[in-house]
Every structure is written in structure tokens, then in C-alpha cells.
Design a protein around this ligand. Structure first.
Ligand code: ADP
Ligand code: MG
Length: 697
């Protein structure tokens, strides 16, 4: 990406289509640029001057270099203008004009043209269909929104321009300030990944926030965000629009792992904080901007009323914090300082008649305890307590100890000024104690995200050619493959039980004779992928019953679907399900994030139990381990009720090998190993089902 400094920090801004015509967008932008510290150059063939700025009649006539061009002319002219800007060497362009990708196929073609021009001239192009950009350090407001943001450390990107105008307006009342704001528009060129990169190296950006409806290239975003979040927190609000990547899915993984789960997993893997709603977005942003991260998990609560203290304690129980247990000397000092009836244990209750002095002393003592790494101060209004003084005391003590603090000084009108005082010191105040805990919890999540060591996925010794060969052969019949393609798992080192596909009862008997013990027999047909649903799986067949079972399986298949293509019957060694647990390991492709791995409790009840977890592939060893620990049935795998724990190392390796397989073969669109039987002796893939796109082979 070329240098994008001019986008938010330009000296000279050209407005292509800048005008003074009442009610036009071109005028709104010119008016918003009134306060800009640099030079504004309107480009308009019909005007010599626009709102006091001398105009030029065309882009070609621009004399001095332009750092940023804002384009507001109709779509067709906008394309020409952008090309001319490119030819003039202007690299930062914001296309406000609508009527592109969002406006049918004609618009989409126009948008492609715009991207091509941007490519050719290596332009940083924002939009089209953008509200514009804002940057407070230079008083730059190159948007057509109604208000100017106040300065601050938040840099904000939004896929909705309307949301920006609403947020900026509201934030002024809340005292929330911004550094840069960008309306991403249709993201023809620059997208969310580019902006997190731009802001990573911007010293004025303390926190990156985003409202996104989709992520263009999920994998690129994950890789990019991982490095950015180490320095600058990223918070995204999830929007409802992602849920339906609703392609008809034939695999379990396809039905279970919807786009919404891909988005959640992807953002987690990216180390991004997800906000559930707009309130959380700004709660998290403010606390991350204003407070340090805790260097431990212990939290203390100091209050003057029991009720709110209990509410806070309940909320803490659901958070990642633990109620800190105070050191002896803390308890002694509190005992000496607080009156009879006060609670010296956490949550500390200074009781209802506490004045400012007592409250302050208690906070000081508690914050000095090294078991306290975060604190909450709660207060209800009483006559002897002055909120403003309390706010100043809390701020001073927070700065003294550098412990993250959030407050719930509760009340109405009387809280306005004290809340402002606290905010100036970066301390958020809430009416609801639970909301304060939730915000403090975000600090912890962020801290944990920055501590993750990302490893590169391991390489394994695999037989790629073999997989290619099996897939090519199998897809000649059908794009949906069943157990006839199990060999691809073998080729990638995922163990499968001894199996063979036969096409006569005689051969079946002969194969069964070579397998120790009873066998499992399964119908093999690309048209019957849910075999047990039609009685197409027979477990525990003795050698003497093999011929009859063979005939029976064929009859069932033909009854179910007379024209089904039958490839034969698979004979398989029995896998011990007394010591083994049926799990599912699968993959489906998300349009934004690519291959999404699913792991969970398997067998025939997988969709009913829905105990699964997902990650974007490729996954590392650490991520595979986390996935195993995440499912509700994890204790079952780890030796609940006196059972031996399963071979987790083998399971982790199988997960990584599958991750490699689906990364190596984009042609595999969906894949289920169900069951993958996991036991103390290792793992075995017993059944497989996949969908392949032969064009990608
Ligand atoms: P499908 O999922 O198409 O119905 P599977 O091959 O998964 O067919 O078989 C269904 C169930 O039969 C499995 O979930 C498992 O409980 C049992 N089963 C299948 N193969 C074996 C085997 N080799 N050993 C033990 N049980 C098996
Ligand atoms: Mg199965």
C-alpha cells in the first residue's frame, strides 16, 4: 500500500464538484472544510470561486500537488475525474459519489472500472458511496455529515455513513473524542485491513473501532489484526448482516458452522475485541483509551451501600476477574480506619454515613494492596458525601497507583459534573455496576489477546499427489464423495480403520475373513451420504453373516433410491466404541474467512447435541488444543468418571493435519469426518463425506 498519510493529514485538499449550490452535497463538504487548517481547492467548470476559495475548471488545471482529492460529481464523471487525478499524481482520493456497486450490475461495472484506475495509479481510494473522512488534529472534515467530531484518541471506521453522522453527534454530548474517522463506503479499494494498518503506525490513534457489515478478506484481516492489536486495541461491533452464507450444505459442518460463527471465530483469532452492540463498542473504547490493563486478575470493590456492592460482586462472578483477597496489613489498616459495622473484606463497605475523607482513605488502602489489580468504586448519593470531591479523589488515587478503575457513582443530574471529571482522567462512570464490570473485563480480554503467541502451523509429511489422484478419480462420478474417498485422510496421515470396498458378496466374505473379529458393512454410493438413515450401516457382522448383509444393504439402497449409483459395500474393521468417543472433525468454506474447521461431539446425534466449536484454518497446535478444551464435553475426553483420558496429542495432530489438507486443497469445499473415534490409544476416522469443486483441482 502506498503512503496514506495524505488521507488524514493533508495540506492541500481538492474538492472535485465543490460548489455553493444550496442543498448540494458538494456545498456541504465545502462548508465542512471551512475550519480546515490547510488549503481547499474547488474543481468546478462553472464557478470561478466557491465560498471564498478560488476554483479551477478541471482536474488537469490543478497546478500545485494535491494531498487529498474528494470526488462528489455524478458517477460517470467521477470515473473520468479519478483517472485524471491519477494522471496528475494524486494518490489519496475519497469518492463520495454513489451509484456504484450498491446500484445493480451497471453500477458494479463502474466500480470495477474505478478499482482498475486505482490499481493503475496506485491510489489509496476510499469509497465509492462514502460519507468521507475526518481527522481532528488538522480540523479536517471532508464529509457531508452535519457535525464536527471533537478531538480524542479513537479512530473509527464504519461501513455505514449514516451511522457515522449519528455517532459523531451523540459522541459530542458524551464527551467522546475522535482522531480519524472514515466512512468505508463500498470498499472498492481500501478496506478494514488497510485502515488498521494505517492506524497502527499513527501515534494519535489510541484505539481502533469499527462498525463492519462484512470483512472482505477474512484471512488477511486476521493476520493483519494480530500484529496491530499488540500495540493498538481493535474493537469491532458485529452487525447482523453476516449470518447467511446460506448455501445449500450437504455436510454437518456446513449446517452447523454458519457465517456468523466464522465471523466470531475469525475475530477472536485476530485478537480483536467484539462488541455486542454500540454501547459496548464505546464502553470498551473509552476504558481502553483511558485505563491501563490489569497486571493480574484480582479486583476489589469499594462501596457505601450493600445492594450495589452485591450487584457488582455478582457481575464479577461472571467476569474473568476474581474477588481479590486482601493482605493482612490491608485488613488491619481498614479495621483501624473504618467504623464499627463497616465491612473490611472485599467488597469493602464504608457504610452509608461515610464522608469523603473516609471513602478516600478506604480507596487508598485498598489500591495499595498488591493483590488488587483492578478496582470499582460504587456510591449512592448521601448528604455528607460530595460527588465532585469523590471524583477528584478517585482520579488522583488511580493515577497514583496506576490501577485500572471504573466507577458507578449512581444518581441523576448531580452526577453530570463528577462524571466529566472522571472522564477527563480516563475513568468511565456508569449507573449500572454490571456495565462497569463488563468494561473492566474488556481490559482483561485485551491484555490476554496481546499475550497470545501466534505460531505458524506445523508442516507434516503428507502425500499430496495421492490426494489429487483420489479426488480426480472420484469426482468423475460425482462432486459429493463418501467413504470411497477416505484414502485422502490416509494420505494426510489421519488414521483410518482397515477398510475395503467390494462389489460382490463373495469378495465381501473373502475380505471379512482377513479382518480380525466382526466387521462393519456400509453401502457405498455418492447418492447416499447419510448411510445409517436408510439402514445402510451394519455394525458387528460376523463372517458367516456377511453375504446376507451384503444383499440386504443393496436391497435397502435400491428401495430408497432405485437409480442410486452403487459403488459397492465397504467392509471395515470394528472400532471399539466402549473406550472410544465419537467426535466430529469437519470443514466448510466461509465466503469471507475461507476454510472453517469444526470440532465437537460426533456420531449420529451431532446436530441434536450441537456441542461444537469452530476456527478459521490453518490452525496451530495451540489453537487445536483450545478447541478441544472449548466444547462442553471436554471433560468426557479428558477422563471423566474414572475413564482413561483420550490420546489428546493424537487428536491435536489429526486436527492440524486436516487443517493442512483443506488449506492445500481449495477444491475441497466441505468435509466431515464423523465419527472421528477418539480413544486412549489414538484416533481413527471411521466415516468421511466431502464436496469437491472439480474446477479447482
Ligand atoms: P453415516 O454417518 O453415513 O450414517 P457412519 O459410517 O458414520 O455412517 O456410521 C454410522 C455409525 O455407525 C457411526 O456413528 C458409528 O457409531 C457406527 N460405526 C460406523 N463404523 C464403525 C466402525 N468401524 N466401528 C464401530 N462403529 C462404527
Ligand atoms: Mg457418519
Amino acid at each position: 500500500m502506498p503512503d496514506a498519510i495524505g488521507l488524514f493529514d493533508p495540506d492541500r485538499v481538492a474538492v472535485v464538484g465543490g460548489t455553493d449550490s444550496e442543498g448540494s452535497i458538494g456545498r456541504a463538504i465545502m462548508e465542512n472544510l471551512e475550519s480546515f487548517d490547510g488549503t481547499v481547492l474547488p474543481v468546478n467548470p462553472k464557478k470561478e470561486e466557491v465560498l471564498g476559495h478560488t476554483a479551477v475548471s478541471s482536474v488537469e488545471e490543478i497546478q500545485d500537488p494535491i494531498d487529498l482529492a474528494v470526488v462528489v460529481v455524478p458517477p460517470k464523471i467521477a470515473i473520468d475525474a479519478t483517472r485524471e487525478l491519477g494522471a496528475q499524481g494524486v494518490t489519496n482520493v475519497v469518492v463520495i459519489t454513489a451509484g456504484f456497486g450498491e446500484a445493480g450490475s451497471e453500477g458494479a461495472t463502474r466500480e470495477q472500472e474505478l478499482s482498475k484506475i486505482a490499481d493503475e495509479y496506485e491510489m489509496n481510494l476510499v469509497g465509492p458511496n462514502s460519507l468521507g473522512v475526518m481527522s481532528t488534529p488538522d480540523n479536517l472534515n471532508a464529509t457531508f455529515g452535519p457535525s464536527n467530531a471533537i478531538p480524542g484518541g479513537l479512530s473509527f471506521m464504519s461501513q455505514s455513513g449514516a451511522f457515522i453522522t449519528a455517532v459523531v453527534d451523540w459522541a459530542i454530548d458524551q464527551g467522546i473524542g475522535f482522531n480519524d474517522i472514515v466512512s468505508l463506503g463500498n470498499k472498492a479499494v481500501l478496506d478494514e485491513s488497510d485502515f488498521i494498518e494505517i492506524w497502527e503506525s499513527d501515534p494519535n490513534t489510541e484505539v481502533i473501532l469499527g462498525y463492519l457489515e462484512g470483512i472482505d478478506d477474512g484471512r488477511a484481516f486476521i493476520d493483519n489484526a494480530r500484529s496491530v492489536t499488540k500495540e493498538t486495541p481493535i474493537i469491532l461491533v458485529k452487525s447482523g448482516r453476516t449470518e447467511a452464507g446460506a448455501q445449500a450444505a450437504s455436510s454437518h459442518t456446513g449446517t452447523i458452522a454458519g457465517s456468523e460463527r466464522a465471523y466470531e471465530a475469525g475475530l477472536d483469532q485476530a485478537g480483536v475485541l467484539r462488541a455486542e452492540n454500540v454501547q459496548e463498542l464505546f464502553d470498551y473504547a473509552q476504558i481502553l483509551e483511558g485505563q491501563p490493563v490489569p497486571d493480574g486478575d484480582g479486583i476489589a470493590v469499594i462501596c457505601n451501600a450493600g445492594g450495589p456492592g452485591v450487584m457488582a460482586t455478582d457481575a464479577i462472578g461472571e467476569s474473568n476477574y476474581d474477588m481479590a483477597s486482601f493482605q493482612d496489613e490491608t485488613l488491619e489498616t481498614l479495621q483501624d480506619t473504618l467504623p464499627e459495622g463497616a465491612n473490611i473484606y472485599n467488597p469493602v463497605d464504608v457504610i452509608g454515613d461515610a464522608d469523603n475523607e473516609r471513602f478516600k482513605a478506604a480507596i487508598d488502602i485498598v489500591l495499595s494492596d498488591k493483590n488488587v489489580q483492578a478496582a470499582m468504586v460504587l456510591a449512592s448519593p448521601i448528604a455528607v458525601l460530595d460527588y465532585e470531591t469523590l471524583a477528584i479523589d478517585i482520579s488522583t488515587l488511580q493515577e497514583k497507583y496506576e490501577t485500572p478503575v471504573a466507577t458507578a457513582l449512581m444518581g441523576g443530574e448531580r452526577i453530570q459534573n463528577p462524571a466529566d471529571t472522571l472522564r477527563e482522567h480516563g475513568i468511565p462512570n456508569y449507573f449500572d455496576p454490571a456495565r462497569a464490570v463488563n468494561s473492566l473485563d474488556a481490559l482483561m480480554t485485551y491484555r490476554d489477546n496481546t499475550q497470545i503467541e501466534y505460531e505458524t502451523p506445523e508442516p507434516f509429511d503428507v502425500d499430496k499427489e495421492k490426494v489429487q489422484e483420489i479426488l480426480e478419480t472420484a469426482t468423475k462420478r460425482s462432486n459429493r464423495l463418501g467413504v470411497e474417498a477416505m484414502g485422502i485422510l490416509d494420505a494426510y496421515g489421519i488414521e483410518t480403520p482397515t477398510s475395503e470396498i467390494v462389489d460382490s458378496p463373495q469378495d465381501a466374505r473373502a475380505v471379512a475373513a482377513e479382518i480380525t473379529g466382526d466387521v462393519v458393512m456400509k453401502i457405498v454410493s455418492p447418492d447416499i451420504l447419510h448411510k445409517s438413515d436408510i439402514g445402510g450401516v451394519k455394525v458387528g457382522v460376523p463372517e458367516s453373516g456377511v453375504k446376507d448383509a451384503y444383499e440386504d444393504l443393496l436391497t435397502r439402497a435400491k428401495n430408497y433410491q432405485p437409480d442410486a449409483r452403487i459403488l459397492g459395500v465397504q467392509l471395515q474393521e470394528m472400532v471399539d466404541l466402549d473406550t472410544g468417543i465419537e467426535t466430529i472433525l469437519g470443514m466448510n468454506r466461509d465466503p469471507q474467512f475461507g476454510p472453517l474447521l469444526l470440532f465437537g461431539l460426533g456420531g449420529i446425534f451431532v446436530e441434536i447435541l450441537e456441542d461444537t466449536t469452530v476456527r478459521v484454518a490453518p490452525i496451530s497446535e495451540r489453537e487445536a488444543k483450545t478447541m478441544i478444551g472449548e466444547i462442553d464435553s471436554a471433560p468426557l475426553l479428558r477422563g471423566a468418571r474414572g475413564n482413561d483420558p483420550v490420546d489428546e496429542t493424537a487428536l491435536v495432530e489429526a486436527m492440524q493435519r486436516l487443517s493442512l489438507l483443506v488449506t492445500d486443497f481449495p477444491a475441497i469445499l466441505e468435509l466431515d469426518i464423523n465419527p472421528l473415534v477418539v480413544s486412549p490409544d489414538g484416533v481413527q476416522a471411521v466415516d468421511s463425506r466431502l464436496t469437491v469443486d472439480p474446477d479447482k483441482l
